[in-house]
Design a protein around this ligand. Structure first.
Ligand code: AR6
Length: 206
């Protein structure tokens, strides 16, 4: 059963605006905490969005470029003071001109630079660090893009399953109790389809 959009709205404060919200059919919530949406992550009115950054944390292409463009130049100014970030780790900043209060900059693995096991460990660690920072900063809602699946070439289906399994593990460990909503925000229809196909392995519908 698909939950009402008003629930999604109440918990994550995504604007109920046809321009921003995906259609009813393209939303699904699992275990009352997980949502899968297809959207531009920079449009979300939410406590925190995750960026798929690189080690320098100074912007780039893909979702990183979109986030920096939408946040304005104050974001890169704050990022300059962070001294970069290792792959598998994440650092938090303000959201500036974004509708999101905070940005969590996670650095995903480059698929072809690492063996599959190292890459997997680092990708999972991005999701875990993102969730840990969200909890530490009392964020109630957080949205993740499909980290590493663009420029960094991580295989999409594997990325989806690794992300879902790590988020599930984090919640099973009781560490995400302060979080009300975790959103997987896909930009490409391909990833949206992959998430829909795989989510029930990790979050059976309730
Ligand atoms: N909202 C949500 N997702 C998006 C958006 C958006 N506005 N734009 C793109 N995506 P990528 P990576 C999706 O390449 O693979 C950058 O240059 C995109 O379709 O952004 O982790 C950084 O500076 C894909 O599904 O990130 C790094 O150098 C996903 O975001 C490097 O790329 C991730 O694709 C990071 O590569």
């Amino acid at each position: 059963q698909i939950p009402t959009l008003s629930l999604l709205y109440k918990l994550s404060r995504i604007p109920l605006d046809a321009d921003h919200l995906p259609s009813h059919e393209s939303n699904a919530t699992f275990n009352d905490k997980i949502s899968i949406i297809k959207a531009d992550i920079t449009s979300l009115v939410i406590d925190g969005i995750v960026n798929a950054a690189n080690e320098a944390l100074l912007g780039g292409g893909g979702v990183d470029g979109a986030i920096h463009r939408a946040a304005g130049p104050d974001l890169v100014d704050e990022c300059r003071g962070l001294d970069g970030c290792d792959a598998g780790d994440a650092k938090i900043t303000d959201g500036y001109d974004l509708p999101s209060k905070k940005v969590i900059h996670a650095v995903g693995p480059r698929w072809y630079a690492l063996g599959p096991e190292d890459a997997q460990a680092k990708l999972k660690s991005c999701y875990r660090r993102g969730l840990e920072l969200a909890v530490e900063h009392q964020l109630k809602s957080i949205a993740f893009p499909a980290i590493s699946t663009g420029v960094f070439s991580y295989p999409n289906v594997k990325a989806c399953n690794d992300a879902l399994s790590e988020v599930r593990k984090f919640l099973d460990e009781g560490k995400g109790d302060g979080l009300q909503r975790i959103i997987f925000c896909n930009f490409l229809q391909k990833d949206q389809d992959i998430y829909y196909k795989n989510v029930s392995k990790h979050f059976p519908p309730v």
